[in-house]
Design a protein around this ligand. Structure first.
Ligand SMILES: NC(=O)c1ccc[n+]([C@@H]2O[C@H](COP(=O)([O-])OP(=O)(O)OC[C@H]3O[C@@H](n4cnc5c(N)ncnc54)[C@H](OP(=O)(O)O)[C@@H]3O)[C@@H](O)[C@H]2O)c1
Length: 381
């Protein structure tokens, strides 16, 4: 199942009808209110030996860059399939989280960062093996672990999925993503206790994103003309640049910080997001807003066809309004949206032609034109 599909299903399944608070206090912050990233990658107070489970996909390379700049000693564990040869000067241990952890045995690190698990068995086996071989285990979870997205301002104590709340039997062969993440979190806490750290990112964006969910918008805005914009300008969005996320994670382990952290950006309206991208690119485009009911009637799906966006309903009122105060207190900082947008566009434009030919999220130009035409004829008719 694709991540887009699992997100849609997850949102659909979220519990309904909790009393959603008014939108006013949760509208997006103005872009110029965002601080520049705080801690530059100068040296850390003390170099750590860090094992990264994964490390070569999307967030991994950003994590590696930041951790190296801070002077840490890194070991990456993976199968050697994703971007092989990416880090020739970093120790790489090859193996497979499906029963092939031998290369990790008999070694010690200060910290393990588990980027790659969305499967309880993976965390169970690596945590059992590393329990006495690392001091701290940081697990990368997701805000998808929350079982009820109806309440704006959810903090880290909000309930996460159980088999019961996910409506899944314990012997089910395939578990939904949100439940898997919640189970992995619990296993991390069960084994490591106060030595465990859980980070729950929202939608991760920026250069190297294989999904094109955010990338769609900088690329589309850059193309110019009339851009189909979903829902209402105030519909909330919440994203985090992979560089902000990974820098935060490295600083957490430097500070030996335990606990659970929502790690996403400030909530901002869809219009703030799109206009921020347009301003960053100095692009020549206009936005035509088509409402959620029209989009649904024309089979334009939230999140996959209109990436980043989920309609603002009672069930989803909390989805892009997650409370991030704890993470900010622990050192989460934010690059300006303009930098994220420009760097993402520049990265995408530097990809080979085959990669650029088809965005992996969003509408094709032909389909977008069709929907815009239908919207305008409806509005005019
Ligand atoms: N993208 C989002 O918006 C979002 C939002 C919230 C949370 N998250 C979470 O954030 C994390 C992001 O992960 P990422 O892909 O960016 O991490 P990453 O560490 O950059 O890449 C994934 C790594 O896992 C390795 N891997 C895959 N299968 C493996 C196996 N069977 N055994 C050993 N290693 C294996 C891959 O290398 P090989 O293929 O060479 O093995 C690769 O190095 C995930 O946990 C995801 O659930 C993502």
């Amino acid at each position: 199942m694709s991540r887009s599909t699992s997100r849609r299903e997850f949102v659909k399944r979220s519990a309904v009808l909790a009393g959603a608070v008014g939108l006013g206090a949760w509208r997006g912050r103005p872009l110029d209110a965002e601080p520049e990233a705080g801690a530059g990658p100068g040296p850390a107070p003390r170099p750590l030996r860090i094992l990264i489970l994964g490390g070569t996909g999307f967030i991994g390379p950003h994590e590696v860059d930041y951790a190296r700049a801070r002077g840490h000693h890194l070991t990456l564990f993976n199968r050697g399939k994703t971007h092989p040869g990416l880090f020739p000067n970093i120790e790489q241990l090859h193996g497979d989280r499906n029963g092939g952890l031998e290369s990790l045995k008999g070694k010690r690190w200060d910290v393990c960062i588990d980027n790659s698990a969305s499967n309880i068995e993976w965390v169970r086996s690596s945590a059992a093996l590393l329990k006495d071989a690392v001091h701290r285990y940081l697990y990368v979870s997701s805000i998808s672990a929350y079982s009820d997205m109806s309440t704006p301002g959810m903090d880290e104590d909000a309930p996460t999925f159980t088999y019961e709340s996910a409506g899944v039997s314990r012997d089910a062969k395939k578990l939904p993503y949100g439940l898997q993440k919640a189970l992995c979190e619990r296993e991390t806490r069960r084994v490591f206790g106060a030595r465990g750290t859980v980070v729950r990112p929202g939608l991760i964006v920026g250069p190297r994103d294989p999904t094109d969910r955010f990338t769609y918008w900088p690329v589309r805005v850059h193309r110019g003309g009339d851009v189909l914009a979903p829902g209402t300008p105030a519909d909330p969005t919440q994203i985090i640049d992979a560089r902000d996320l990974t820098g935060f994670m490295i600083r957490l382990v430097e500070n030996d910080a335990g606990g659970t952290f929502n790690a996403t950006g400030h909530s901002r309206g869809m219009a703030d997001l799109l206009k921020g991208i347009r301003a960053a690119e100095d692009a020549d485009c206009t936005f035509t807003w088509a409402d959620a009911a029209f989009l649904a009637a024309h089979d334009v799906k939230p999140w996959s066809d209109m990436p980043v966006w989920v309609p603002d309903t009672r069930e989803t009122a909390g989805f892009a309004r997650v409370d991030i105060r704890r993470a900010i207190g622990a050192g989460l900082t934010f690059l300006p949206l303009a930098k994220t947008a420009r760097d993402t566009l520049a990265w995408f434009q530097a990809q080979p032609a085959e990669r650029r030919a088809h965005l992996r999220s969003g509408l094709t130009p032909e389909r977008e034109a069709e929907v815009l035409k239908a919207w305008k004829s409806r509005a005019e008719g």
